[in-house]
Design a binder for this molecule. Structure first.
Ligand code: FAD
Length: 548
C-alpha cells in the first residue's frame, strides 16, 4: 500500500493505535521532514505528524533561495557560512531539479551597505569558507557593466556591482521531496493531524494524542522518542509538556509580493539596498517578479500571518526608489505570502540582527525540541537531532545506530541517472513535448517533479488514451492532480495550488480559470460529498479574491 497516497489516509489512521514507533516528529516543515528522512535512513521506525498540510507553515513562505550564507558573513558567523555553503552543494547534488543556480546582481552604490573593496574581500572569504565552485565565483563589474546586466537600475550613485550565485528553490516542494524520500524508506507521514497532548509513563513522554483536523477524531500514537520540530509553534508545544519551557522564540514576519514580470521586467535577480539600509531581493520567475522581504517582530495569528498595508507600501517604495520602471501600485500586486521566522529570541536585538542559528533543547520528560535555523541548513539540523537520539539509544537500549547518510541520499525526483541536470532536462523535454505539451509546460513539470516526471508522463499517456481530450482541463493539470493525490498526500485544493504546484503565487490566472473544474475533478477522485466540495470552492474563492 502506498502510504503517501491521500486515498489511503483513513486506513492508515485506523492502524495508528496498534503501532509503536521509535520516533515521532511533530511538524512537517523542512526541519521535521529532514529529521524523518535521517532517522528512517538509519533504520528507525518513524512517524511524522503535521497539523496543516506539509510545508503549510514557514516552509512554503520563504524567499525560496538555497543560500550560500553570504549574509552571515556580515554577522561574522564563519562556521555557519561554511556549513550552509557546503549544504547548498549537497542539496544541489541530491535534488538538482529543486536547486538551480541563479546569478544574483549586487549593485554597489555610494553610501550603500556594501563598499566595493570590502565587498570583494568579503566575497573571497565567503567563497573560501562556503567552498563555492570555480564556475560560480563572483565577478566584479564596473558601473557600465552593472547597468548592462540590469538596465532598470537608476544609474545615479552606482559605483559598480558584484555578480555572484544563489540557488533558487521551491521550498514547499523541497520539503515534500524530503518527506517522500523518508516515506520511501519506511517512514509514515500524516498531515492534518494536530498534537494536542503528550502521553507519559513514569514521567517520561512515550507518545502523543493527536486530533484529525479533517474529521475531528482523536488518536493515540506511541513512540519511544518525540521531537518537537514545530517551527513558530515550538513554544506552544513545549508548554503542553511543561509551562515553564515556553517563551524561547521571537517571531519575525517576512512578506513577499508578486507582480507580473512586465510590470517589473528585471533581466535577472537583484539583491539591493533599501532606503532604510536593509537588503531586499527582486527575483524573476515563471513570467512574474517577486519582491521580498520584510523583517518585523510579530505577535498574532500564526496560521495566516497578516500582511498589512504598511508591509506592502514598504516593499513597493523600496522597489520604486531603486528601479526606473513605472512606479508599482497596490493594484499591480497579483499575489503575496507572509511567513514567520522561528528565531531564538535575544532581547534588545533588532529583528534582522537575531542569529538564524538553530538550538536544541532536551527536557526532563525526554522531549527533544529544535528551534531556529534555515531551510538551507535542514540536513545538518536533522543530523544533530538523530545523533542525539542515537546517543540516548546506545545508553538506554545498547543499540548502535549507523552514522548519518543523508549526504548521499538522492531525494525523490533527484534520481536522474546523470550528473548533468541540463542533459536530463533536454532529454525529458523532448519526450514530454511529444505528448502534446508546450515547451514551457514541459520545463515547469520537469523542474517540479525531477525524475518523477516518468510517472507523470505515464499518467498523461493513460489519460489521453482513456479519457481523451477534456475541454476544460488539460491532461497535464489532470495528471499533476492525480500524481500528487496518489504520491504526495495532496488532500485539499489549496494543498495542490499552493504547496504542490505554487500556482497560487506564480500562476494565479490558472487558479482563477481552472480552480472550480479542478475541485470537481478532485471531488471525483477522492469521492467528496457536495457539502465538502462546496466548502473547498468557497475556501478557494476567498483566497483568490483576497488577491485582487
Ligand atoms: P515550519 O515550516 O513552520 O514547520 C513547522 C510545522 O509544525 C508547521 O507546518 C506547523 O503546522 C506544524 N505544527 C505546529 N504545531 C503543531 C502541532 N500541534 N501538531 C502538529 N504539527 C504542528 N531559509 C532559507 O534557507 N532560504 C530562504 O530564502 C529563506 N527565506 C525566508 C524568508 C522568510 C520571510 C522567512 C519567514 C523565512 C525564510 N527562511 C529561509 C527560513 C526558513 O524558511 C525557515 O527556517 C524554515 O522554513 C523553518 O522550517 P520549520 O520546519 O522549522 O518550520
Amino acid at each position: 500500500m502506498n502510504s503517501f497516497s491521500a486515498k489511503n489516509r483513513d486506513v492508515l489512521l485506523q492502524q495508528l493505535d496498534q503501532m509503536t514507533f521509535d520516533l515521532l516528529v511533530i511538524g512537517g516543515g523542512i526541519t521535521g521532514a529532514g529529521i524523518a528522512l535521517d532517522a528512517a535512513s538509519r533504520g528507525l521506525k518513524v512517524i511524522l505528524v503535521e497539523m496543516q498540510d506539509f510545508a503549510g507553515g514557514t516552509s512554503s513562505r520563504s524567499t525560496k533561495l538555497i543560500h550560500g550564507g553570504l549574509r552571515y558573513l556580515k554577522q561574522l558567523e564563519f562556521k555557519l557560512v561554511s556549513e550552509v555553503g557546503k549544504e547548498r552543494e549537497i542539496i544541489h547534488r541530491n535534488a538538482p531539479h529543486l536547486a538551480r543556480p541563479e546569478a544574483m546582481l549586487l549593485p554597489i552604490t555610494k553610501n550603500g551597505s556594501f563598499g566595493k573593496f570590502s565587498t570583494r574581500l568579503g566575497m573571497w572569504v565567503y567563497e573560501f569558507l562556503a567552498g563555492v565552485k570555480r564556475g560560480e565565483r563572483h565577478l566584479l563589474l564596473n558601473a557600465a557593466e552593472t547597468l548592462d546586466k540590469e538596465p532598470l537600475l537608476k544609474g545615479e550613485n552606482l559605483l559598480g556591482g558584484i555578480l555572484y550565485y544563489e540557488y533558487r528553490t521551491d521550498d514547499a516542494r523541497l520539503t515534500i521531496s524530503v518527506l517522500k524520500e523518508a516515506v520511501n524508506r519506511g517512514a509514515l507521514a500524516l498531515s492534518y493531524l494536530k498534537v494536542i497532548g503528550f502521553i507519559y509513563e513514569s514521567e517520561k513522554i512515550n507518545g502523543v494524542q493527536v486530533e484529525d483536523q479533517l474529521h475531528k477524531r482523536i488518536y493515540k500514537i506511541n513512540a519511544k522518542y518525540v521531537v518537537n520540530a514545530s517551527g513558530p509553534w515550538v513554544d506552544e508545544l513545549d508548554s503542553l509538556d511543561d509551562k515553564t519551557h515556553g517563551n524561547k522564540l521571537q517571531l519575525t514576519k517576512g512578506i513577499h509580493l508578486v507582480v507580473d514580470h512586465k510590470k517589473l521586467p528585471v533581466k535577472q535577480s537583484i539583491y539591493f539596498d533599501t532606503y532604510d539600509k536593509r537588503m531586499m531581493f527582486v527575483i524573476p520567475r515563471d513570467g512574474k517578479t517577486y519582491i521580498g522581504t520584510t523583517d518585523t517582530f510579530y505577535k498574532g495569528d500564526k496560521l495566516n500571518p497578516l500582511i498589512t498595508e504598511e508591509d506592502k507600501t514598504y516593499l513597493l517604495k523600496s522597489v520604486n526608489d531603486y528601479f526606473t520602471t513605472r512606479a508599482l501600485k497596490f493594484s499591480d500586486i497579483e499575489s503575496d505570502w507572509a511567513g514567520l521566522r522561528p528565531l531564538i529570541g535575544k532581547p534588545g536585538k533588532k529583528a534582522s540582527e537575531i542569529s538564524r542559528k538553530d538550538e536544541t533543547f532536551v527536557w526532563e520528560s525526554g522531549l527533544i525540541t529544535i528551534a531556529g535555523g534555515k531551510l538551507t541548513g535542514y540536513r545538518k539540523m536533522a543530523e544533530r537531532i538523530v545523533d542525539l537520539i542515537a546517543e540516548k539509544m546506545s545508553v538506554t537500549e545498547q543499540t548502535k545506530l549507523p552514522p548519518c547518510r543523508t549526504q548521499h541520499i538522492l531525494l525523490s525526483g533527484g534520481k536522474t541517472g546523470v550528473t548533468n541536470f541540463q542533459e536530463f532536462l533536454e532529454n525529458k523535454m523532448q519526450a514530454v513535448i511529444a505528448l502534446g505539451l508546450s515547451a514551457e509546460e514541459a520545463e515547469k513539470l520537469i523542474y517540479r517533479y525531477g525524475s518523477e516526471i516518468e510517472q507523470l508522463y505515464a499518467i498523461i499517456k493513460i489519460l489521453k488514451e482513456k479519457e481523451g481530450f477534456n475541454k476544460t482541463l488539460s491532461s497535464s493539470l489532470r495528471a499533476e492532480l492525480i500524481y500528487t493525490i496518489e504520491n504526495e498526500m495532496c488532500l485539499t485544493p489549496l494543498d495542490f495550488f499552493i504547496r504542490r504546484t505554487g500556482m497560487l503565487y506564480f500562476d494565479i490566472d490558472t487558479v482563477r480559470k481552472y480552480g472550480p473544474a479542478l475541485i470537481a475533478y478532485m471531488c471525483e477522485i477522492l469521492q467528496w460529498d457536495d457539502v465538502l466540495a462546496e466548502r473547498y470552492n468557497k475556501e478557494l474563492q476567498k483566497v483568490v479574491l483576497n488577491r485582487q
